[in-house]
Design a binder for this molecule. Structure first.
Ligand code: SF4
Length: 738
């Protein structure tokens, strides 16, 4: 019997462990897909600490996507109206290198941009940072994580002094009250939700609150569903804080010893009495009070959120307002409690560790900090001043840079912005103007390949060895278990080869990904995300390990170690300062701010960037369905999934449907200020009146005129620069049958 390869599901940030076996097993029938092609066998890995053998439909069908529509060879065309022709790696890479050299002398390095992805393994991320930020001296590397969780990064950093979710999945089974806001966890992070649901069902005292304008499957499972109006999250959170303060549900010792800014915060939340908040949010006062009571009466409260909070023009303020509730009640650093942002992509966390956003550097450093830049320059062997002190272009600025002519090369890798960017028609127009777009991906065609001049075939997960970090900071080694198709190469190998051709031979003198990882971990030494204790060898021997995992703690720390904190804040917290951190961060009550205190921050809500009005009376919110993943480059080619979710749709409340004479299944034109799409109506009380919903997955390859992001706008949070993909104003026009 062949031993299965243990790896990680490459879809979402839950990071479920998989076991993979070849299609043919001695003495067993060959595993085949629905067309009869042999496919690898995939099952949950019971030994993986995060998922304990469970997987969802996406993980369970991943093998069917491995060989479909793969990009196998480099391809080139001179202009977008020409067909691609096959090219050699030499020719493709020389074209890129020549363009980089030309731009460096004519427009400067800041005209070179790379847009990467949470699908990268950490090694891919790391080498891209070294190439762009180190060797080329531009911080123009951003990732699709900008559209996903950059508000959580900013919120954690400002409140705690550094990024990093402080919780772990075990908290799902230890909490007394789960507060889920802006997350349809049941559909988008199903295995996380399963753990919570089982705990909730088993323990009648455990409460679950869900805040969402939609009655999602997540909300269906809750004790309390607060269907607030879109954009009123901060009002609600301040309203809960107001009641906690009024009723005296405070951890005054924690507030006094571990935080700063509480009195300024109380001045703001006093303006949020229940009558005001309930009216603003469109909910009943008694439900608001019930939520506050659940918070106050529970010893351990765990908040979960994802893009419903992050994708907002005030995303960072929302994250910090959630964190405020944890600080005032001391719900952090102890089992079952804490503010827990769920990441979307499988290795968005590894990207944060490797510095994979335009304003950060490896090891949770920021480009604006001179000491951080100097540390990285020294570790990379660069001359002082090599790294630019200016944050690079974020995802949307790359698009506007194409419009203004300040971007001379856009290199897109492992992501599909021609579906996922806001204001999609404008995005596509900008991509049309790109002087040179390199598109490096495992799949072809995608919506974005239509805008590329050079296509580079990338080996994906399964065809290269690398590491990924999931939402609970668990690092898993994902070994290669099959050959890449055609001439596809690992992303990091492509970046390193370009680096060598540019003359940085020493900097990119890596023979394998293990050597890349060994160098990367050195840049995390003494940083909050310290993984100097990790190596391929250790991950192979011990399996997945949680960070922080510093070298000196090897064998004692992390999930495989013995250290187990209790971390309940009380008069004893001072003694806990010496305790080792294992599953949770901040168990000692000391944060990464200069004075060690977490910071309260008080915000009044500004509401939606584009509120409804007479002309555009509905709020459109977009989201995901259980079966599909992002822009469907994989799931769109899996028959079982397409059968269940073949087309996009519009959810509308019966009252609104009646007013507009809309019937079930009728085609509806949705117009925003930027464009329109046509969707069949689903009439359901799951959506609140005045709000409509469409899923974001379908791009131009899959559905004509039904791209959700044609409607959305790019207004972003001024701190995190994450666009408000979650809400825009629209009007609905039923399509008259011909
Ligand atoms: Fe994969 Fe996420 Fe499903 Fe787990 S929950 S199997 S990581 S898609």
């Amino acid at each position: 019997m062949t031993e299965p390869t243990k790896t990680l599901c490459p879809y979402c940030g839950v990071g479920c462990g998989l076991e993979v076996l070849p299609p043919a097993q001695p003495g067993k029938a060959t595993n085949r897909d629905q067309q009869g092609n042999p496919i690898w066998q995939v099952r949950g890995d019971r030994s993986h600490p995060s998922s304990q053998g469970k997987i969802c439909v996406k993980g369970g069908t991943i093998a069917e996507s491995l060989d479909k529509n793969r990009l196998k060879y480099p391809m080139i065309r001179e202009s977008l109206d020409q067909p691609f022709r096959r090219a050699s790696w030499d020719e493709a890479l020389e074209k890129i290198v020549n363009r980089i050299q030309e731009l460096r002398t004519t427009q400067g390095s800041d005209s070179i941009c790379m847009y990467g992805s949470g699908q990268f393994q950490t090694e891919d991320y790391y080498i891209a940072q070294k190439l762009l930020k180190g060797c080329l001296g531009t911080n123009n590397f951003d990732a699709n994580s900008r559209l996903c969780m950059s508000s959580a990064v900013a919120g954690y950093t400002q409140s705690f002094g550094s990024d990093g979710p402080p919780c772990c999945y075990d908290d799902l089974e230890l909490t007394d009250c789960a507060f889920l806001i802006g997350t349809n966890t049941a559909e988008c992070h199903p295995i996380v939700f399963n753990r919570l649901r089982v705990h909730h069902k088993k323990n009648r005292k455990v409460k679950m609150i869900v805040v969402d304008p939609r009655r999602t499957p997540t909300a269906e499972a809750a004790d309390l569903h607060l269907a607030i109006k879109p954009g009123t999250d901060i009002d609600l959170l301040n309203g809960i804080a107001h009641l906690l303060l009024r009723w005296g549900y405070l951890d005054t010792l924690f507030i006094d010893e571990c935080t700063q800014g509480f009195s300024q915060y109380t001045e703001v939340i006093q303006h949020y009495p229940p009558e005001v908040v309930a009216r603003k949010c469109g909910i009943r006062i008694d439900l608001l009070e019930q939520a506050a009571r659940y918070w106050g009466e529970s010893e351990r409260v765990l908040s979960l959120w994802s893009m419903g909070v992050n994708q907002s023009s005030e995303g960072t303020a929302k994250v910090r307002t959630i964190i405020n509730l944890h600080l005032m009640t001391g719900n952090i650093g102890k089992p079952g409690a804490g503010p827990f942002s769920l990441t979307g992509q499988p290795n968005a966390m590894g990207g944060r560790e490797a510095g994979g956003l335009a304003h950060i550097l490896p090891g949770y450093r920021v480009v604006k900090n001179p000491q951080h830049r100097a540390e990285v320059e020294q570790l990379w062997g660069l001359t002082p001043g090599s790294i630019s002190p200016n944050p690079g272009k974020d995802a949307w600025s790359m698009i506007t840079g194409l419009e203004t002519g300040t971007v001379g090369l856009l290199w897109i890798a492992a992501t599909n912005p021609a579906v996922s960017m806001p204001d999609l028609e404008r995005t596509k127009q900008a991509l049309m103007r790109s002087p040179l777009t390199v598109y490096q991906d495992a799949y072809y065609p995608t919506e974005t390949s239509a805008y590329a001049h050079i296509l580079l075939p990338a080996a994906q997960w399964s065809e290269k060895t690398g590491t990924m970090t999931n939402s609970e900071r668990v690092v898993t080694l994902c070994p290669q278990f099959r050959e890449p198709p055609g001439e596809a190469k690992a992303d990091w190998e492509i970046f390193a080869e370009v680096g060598r051709r540019l003359g940085f031979t020493q900097e990119f003198n890596f023979t394998n990904s293990e050597a890349v990882y060994a160098e990367f971990v050195q840049l995390t030494r003494d940083r909050p995300c310290d993984v100097t204790g990790l190596s391929y060898q250790r991950l192979q021997q011990q399996g997945p390990i949680q960070w922080p995992c510093p070298l000196e703690e090897e064998g004692e720390i992390g999930r495989k170690g013995e250290a187990e904190e209790t971390g309940i804040f009380s008069a004893l917290f001072k003694e806990k300062k010496q305790e080792k951190v294992a599953k949770r961060l901040y168990t000692d009550g000391i944060f990464n701010t200069p004075d060690g205190r977490a910071k309260f921050a008080a915000f009044h809500s500004k509401g939606l960037a584009e509120p409804p009005n007479n002309e555009y009376p509905f709020v459109l919110t977009v989201g995901r369905v259980y079966e599909h993943w992002h822009t469907m480059t994989r799931t769109g080619r899996i028959e079982k999934i397409m059968k269940k979710q073949p087309q996009p749709f519009l959810e509308i409340h019966p009252r609104d449907a009646e007013q507009l004479a809309i019937e079930e299944g009728m085609l509806i034109e949705i117009h925003s200020r930027r464009g329109k799409g046509i969707f069949p109506a689903r009439i359901t009380k799951a959506i609140a009146p005045g709000t409509v919903f469409v899923p974001m997955h379908w791009g131009a390859l899959w559905a004509e005129n039904a791209e959700a992001n044609v409607l959305t706008h790019p207004e972003a949070c001024p701190i995190s620069l994450e666009p408000e993909l979650k809400a825009c104003a629209v009007k609905l026009i039923p399509v008259k049958p011909e």
